[in-house]
Design a protein around this ligand. Structure first.
Ligand SMILES: [Zn+2]
Length: 202
């Protein structure tokens, strides 16, 4: 088979670094991009760089933000005494979409996974503790994903926060086990929030 032009090969190679993109999809996407108008391709390429240059992490909750402090953390109408702990920014976005929550978030940046070498030190748990000591929240909602890693993280957080927060709750199991919050629909998340259970904090 004749070799593809170098630039084409390079794009396929780069696209394959994206999650869920295998050789076939990369090939199809590269052809699609080739057929795009130059301005469209330029806009796609610019938005990737723009994302890297301009999106940062909120200094308080580590959610994605345009500014040093995100919109949620700087909103006086939100309940700053309520902190919902999630694994990734996508999870906070899903909870926001449910419209059921008026507190703040804390984004861990992942879940504990000894197999993958991710321990508490690799997550933003130290920052969480510092924040809890400073803010003294009325409630912390543990909303890690309903899977093995998420549950392990939830158990760790509960041990850590016991005695430091008067009320520790966990999202109800409306979200199917093994699933991701990220993929749960708004109604499921709203229900899981409404019927969140209080964990034993003694
Ligand atoms: Zn924030």
């Amino acid at each position: 088979m004749a070799k593809l032009p170098k630039a084409f090969e390079k794009l396929i190679e780069e696209l394959q670094k994206l999650p869920g993109v295998g050789p076939k999809t990369a090939y199809r996407l590269a052809f699609f991009i080739l057929k795009m108008e130059k301005e469209e391709a330029q806009s796609l390429s610019n938005s990737i760089i723009d994302l890297k240059d301009n999106v940062r992490y909120c200094q308080i909750c580590f959610n994605l933000s345009d500014e040093e402090i995100c919109q949620i953390c700087s909103d006086e109408n939100r309940n700053h005494k309520q902190i919902c702990i999630v694994e990734q920014p996508q999870d906070a976005i899903s909870i926001e979409r449910s419209g059921e929550y008026r507190g703040t978030y804390h984004i861990l940046g992942g879940a504990i996974s000894p197999q993958e070498g991710v321990g508490p030190d690799q997550l933003r748990i130290r920052e969480l503790l510092e924040r809890v000591e400073k803010v003294v929240p009325e409630e912390v909602i543990i909303a890690t994903n309903p899977n093995v890693k998420g549950e392990m993280t939830a158990a760790y957080l509960l041990r850590l926060l016991k005695g430091k927060v008067p009320r520790i709750t966990q999202l109800a199991t409306g979200v199917p086990f093994g699933g991701d919050l990220d993929f749960a629909d708004e109604i499921t998340i709203a229900k899981a929030l409404q019927s969140r259970r209080t964990l034993d904090t003694k």
